[in-house]
Design a binder for this molecule. Structure first.
Ligand code: HXC
Length: 261
């Protein structure tokens, strides 16, 4: 790691071509206050714009990825404040990140923490990771995509049980249900996620960006529309220097020298 900057509750750190954003509010198990969310989203957007960064990595601590929205901050909120504060629009900005986002998740990923994990394109989970949507216990419902993304990820039956009956998924169950990509020892979850992010960051940037866009859209489009969209992006890759270099290097039996263009 080089270049470390402290932004109080959110730490940013560039590791090679990976932009690392770490939630750092241990006294509240990384509860996602408005201020934490604002900093976290701004940090991810900053790396999304940074030409030297090829992949984003979001993590918390070993004990908690994030234990949800900050309940103490929300307790007295009114619907009008919630609607006008811009709080929820922060989540829309996460969806617009163009570079791949890897989640390194250990410990609690509850409520908004589970929703934040599901905003990641891939998740490396420590064996201690626990995913849950306990919002109904405190009289509300998942509000940052939990009812939609969880249902798409694990299916209706398990999503209903998690949201209505408080079922939590351990890391292995989450893996079996396709919610996470891999489960690794808690001592090495961050390094494993960083290695995955670094592997993505080493790939040609244009192809990676377009591939992410195509897979993200697969959740919204009909097969017919999705295939047409994919084909247009496929054609577009042939405008990139890295496509020419990648195929030339294959033919010449050498390692490609990608430029990210
Ligand atoms: C505010 C929180 C918090 C949260 C934990 N803390 N979770 N503060 N909001 N979501 C604080 C506690 O108040 C406590 O501080 C400290 O973190 C340690 O937590 P403990 O409860 O003492 O730890 P433990 O007994 O180990 O229990 C861990 C836990 C529990 C199971 C994760 O903290 C818990 O149930 N947290 C709430 C989980 C939850 O309901 N999340 C969904 C929130 S609603 P103090 O100073 O009090 O000792 C949501 C909606 C999202 O996420 C909508 C979109 C934005």
């Amino acid at each position: 790691m080089n270049e470390t900057m402290l932004r109080d509750e959110v730490l940013i750190d560039k590791s090679g071509a990976v932009g690392v954003v770490r939630i750092n509010r241990p006294q509240a198990l990384n509860a996602l206050s408005f201020s934490v969310m604002e900093k976290l989203v701004a940090a991810l957007e900053m790396y999304d714009q940074d030409a030297a960064v090829g992949c984003l990595l979001l993590t918390g601590s070993e004990r908690a990825f994030a234990a949800g929205a900050d309940i103490k901050e929300l307790e007295a909120a009114t619907p009008v404040e919630m609607a006008l504060s811009g709080r929820m629009e922060l989540w829309d900005r996460l969806r617009r990140l163009r570079k791949p986002l890897v989640g390194a998740v250990s410990g609690f990923a509850l409520g908004g923490g589970c929703e934040l994990a599901m905003c990641c394109d891939m998740i490396v989970a420590s064996e201690t990771a626990v995913f849950g949507q306990p919002e109904t216990d405190i009289g509300t419902i998942p509000g940052a995509g939990g009812t939609q993304r969880l249902t798409r990820a694990v299916g209706k039956a398990v999503a209903m049980e998690m949201i209505l009956a408080g079922r939590r998924l351990g890391a292995r169950e989450a893996l079996a249900l396709g919610l996470v990509n891999r489960v690794v020892p808690s001592e090495s979850f961050f390094e494993e996620a960083l290695a995955l992010a670094a592997a993505v960051a080493a790939k040609p940037a244009v192809a990676v960006r377009l591939a992410k866009e195509a897979v993200v859209r697969a959740g919204d489009l009909s097969l017919e529309e999705g295939l047409a969209f994919e084909r247009k992006l496929f054609y577009l890759t042939f405008a990139s220097a890295d496509q020419k270099e990648g195929m030339k290097a294959f033919r010449e039996k050498r390692r490609p020298a990608f430029t990210g263009s």
